[in-house]
Design a protein around this ligand. Structure first.
Ligand code: AMP
Ligand code: MG
Length: 442
């Protein structure tokens, strides 16, 4: 048992500046002196069971002293309390103070104890409450470590992290059916970043190895809601490496995934054990399949791929269900992809590019390849997009001055988090998700 610190003279005077103890430590310390949310409150015989929640834990205490029962019995879930007292045996709390700092209304729109991700409209509308649920607090803590170890790994390999631009006169047009969003800057039409590909190519001329944690916005076709892996606002760990080949960056991606999954498993052991019974750090090198081989595999399963196109969503899911480990698909048809991939000199109908598909139906998590860097080729392919060419003026100027050959990829952070934690839907891996086709009322 620890010793209770002296009580403060005014119960609520120091609320804003002082939280002496986190819930995870109250039982080892033998006392409580904290601010916490009422996660739940139940009566039990002559006592009240309080389930308290803060950023560190969710704990149950039992309070039986008559003095406090009238206050506690009327407590509503999601109220904020300042609570002080001794912990006795069996999680019994002898309060010295229970001060209701915020009294929540008797009903709130969702049950934060277990929000239901299948009800996607309610889940996204009330994402400001979903984040309070213990499950999603855990998800975002793990996501933070995914980003932390990704950065640690890339910095150790000599990469420089840059701040991503959010708007520009043009953004990546290669979006597989999704649309770019526009805004205005001093009256001029600008686009929100759908990906930072062109800025990556500009940056490697100076820094050679760069990455961005880039937020991307795309209006996905509404039917992509049902893939469970599309958001309208998502994050790419988007990296580029000058003078590298596709093999260099594929090897880098494999090492990155293994490093992050190994470290996250050590750091977040309890959460992983709770949420993902399938967690397995994959073995390297990952298996590789050329696009044309994958099309044949799909045919055998009765799934057709439209001529010269990327796989259908169904095809992608079917392919990723075939394997227990992540799998590379390489050499996509040039006409199916963005203008910035380099055609394979050995067979220029196909690019030197790749996708990484995660197993068990999770699907694409990485997209990348070697880049087109030759000015005349870039101009030809941008002209073929059918968009106003002026939007691409700066990039065409840059191409004339010189873009180094490079290779790189983008890894979807929310998709990776979903896989690491075995989440049913990608919107469970974004704190304030925007999902295809759903615009919640304000
Ligand atoms: P892309 O170049 O369009 O293939 O995007 C690169 C990577 O970003 C993909 O491999 C995914 O991991 C991720 N990504 C792309 N679109 C979305 C989306 N709508 N929602 C979530 N992640 C996405
Ligand atoms: Mg892709």
């Amino acid at each position: 048992m620890g010793i209770l610190p002296p009580p403060s003279t005014s119960p609520s005077a120091d609320i804003m500046v002082h939280k002496a103890l986190y819930l995870k430590d109250i039982f080892s310390q033998g006392y409580v002196d904290t601010l916490a949310w009422i996660h739940d409150v139940r009566s039990s015989n002559e006592c009240v069971i309080l389930v308290l929640r803060d950023s560190s834990d969710v704990v149950e205490v039992k309070i039986c002293s008559e003095k406090w029962l009238p206050v506690l019995k009327n407590l509503t879930r999601e109220s904020l309390v300042r609570i002080k007292g001794f912990i006795k045996s069996d999680h019994v709390l002898e309060p010295e103070l229970v001060d209701i700092v915020i009294r929540a209304p008797p009903t709130i729109p969702i049950d934060v104890r277990s929000p239901l991700p299948d009800d996607v409209k309610t889940f996204t509308r009330y994402s400001y409450l979903v984040i309070r649920s213990p499950k999603y607090s855990k998800v975002f803590k793990v996501q933070q470590w995914i980003m932390y170890y990704s950065r640690e790994f890339l910095l150790s390999r000599g990469f420089v992290e840059l701040l991503p631009p959010m708007i520009g006169p043009c953004s990546d047009p290669g979006l597989r059916g999704a649309r770019k969003l526009q805004t205005r800057l001093y009256g001029h039409l600008y686009e929100l970043m759908s990906s930072v590909i062109m800025f990556k190519q500009a940056s490697v001329a100076a820094l050679e190895k760069v990455f961005f944690m880039a937020r991307n916005v795309r209006e996905e076709p509404p039917e992509n809601l049902h893939t469970g892996r599309h958001l309208c606002e998502f994050t790419q760990l988007d990296l580029e490496w000058a003078f590298a080949t596709m093999d260099d960056v594929m090897k880098l991606a494999e090492d990155l995934i293994v490093y992050v999954m190994t470290k996250v498993k050590e750091r977040c052991k309890d959460i992983i054990e709770e949420l993902n019974p399938y967690y397995k750090v994959p073995r390297t090198p990952f298996r590789r399949l050329r696009y044309v081989e994958a099309v044949e595999e799909l045919k055998k399963l009765g799934v057709e791929t439209p001529e010269g196109k990327e796989f259908t969503q169904e095809g992608e899911r079917a392919l990723s269900q075939l394997y227990e480990e992540p799998i590379w698909i390489t050499h996509y048809p040039v006409i199916s992809r963005g203008f910035y991939y380099l055609p394979d000199p050995e067979d220029p109908r196909f690019n030197r590019d790749f996708n990484l598909l995660l197993p068990r139906g999770f699907g694409e998590v990485i997209d990348g390849g070697e880049r087109e860097y030759r000015a005349p080729e870039i101009r030809k392919r941008i002209e073929a997009l059918g968009e106003p060419i002026e939007k691409y003026t700066w990039f065409l100027e840059l191409a004339e001055i010189g873009i180094p050959p490079s290779a790189g990829f983008g890894l979807g952070i929310e998709r990776f988090t979903r896989y690491v934690l075995n989440l049913k839907y990608i919107w469970e891996a974004a704190p304030f998700p925007k999902v295809p086709g759903v615009v919640p009322s304000p």
